[in-house]
Design a protein around this ligand. Structure first.
Ligand code: PNS
Length: 182
């Protein structure tokens, strides 16, 4: 009798700083989950880069935002991304692509990663159009001065931003977010 082997699980790594997770990242993760059996969101531990949120806070916010999806894992890594990808037996590295301004840096990184590890493919996923202008840094900047970022981040992230920036709480109390605001 011939034994058939179960198909191999196809794992993709979605690396980044995620300081913090945005709806643009969420969109990319959802698209990646449609293609791969398992997606590992991997936060770079980088002590030399000043971050608003600690690695643990970022990990927790991502877990809370996706609670219950068993195909999604959240982890941290340091050192070379390709070494981490190898350790996880990943077939792909996912990166989100917004505007053309992302291209040059991503292109360089993908080629370097390919040189270092030829068996992992870089896969670029385009975010939904409404997230084209969303980035972690622009969200932090707006939130710091009380700008309403309610519909740009998942709720657990909004709550953590409110903890960091009292002005955001004040402004949201004065002007509660309107549903479907543009
Ligand atoms: O969200 P970011 O900050 O754009 O993510 C950048 C990240 C973490 C993907 C990139 O800096 C990275 O992979 N760093 C690990 C070191 C590495 O392997 N660099 C690429 C080859 S030089």
């Amino acid at each position: 009798m011939r034994m058939t082997m179960p198909p191999k699980k196809r794992t993709a790594i979605y690396p980044g700083s995620f300081d913090p997770l945005t709806n643009g990242h969420m969109d990319v993760i959802q698209r990646a989950l449609e293609i791969f059996d398992e997606v590992v969101v991997a936060i770079l531990r980088n002590p030399s880069k000043k971050a608003l949120f600690s690695t643990e806070e970022r990990l927790e916010m991502i877990r809370q935002s996706f609670n219950g999806n068993s195909a999604l894992k959240v982890d941290t890594f340091d050192g070379l991304l390709v070494d981490y990808a190898r350790m996880k037996h990943a077939v792909a590295i996912i990166r989100g692509m917004r505007a053309i301004s992302d291209f040059e840096n991503e292109f360089q990184m993908a080629l370097m990663n390919r040189k270092l590890h030829k068996d992992v493919q870089s896969v670029f996923l385009m975010t939904g159009l409404r997230w084209i202008f969303t980035s972690s840094s622009i969200i932090k900047e707006a939130a710091q001065f009380g700008g309403d970022i309610s519909d740009m981040v998942p709720n657990p992230v909004k709550l953590k931003l409110m903890e960091k920036f009292p002005l955001l709480v004040e402004k949201l109390e004065q002007n509660p977010p309107k549903k479907g605001s543009r």
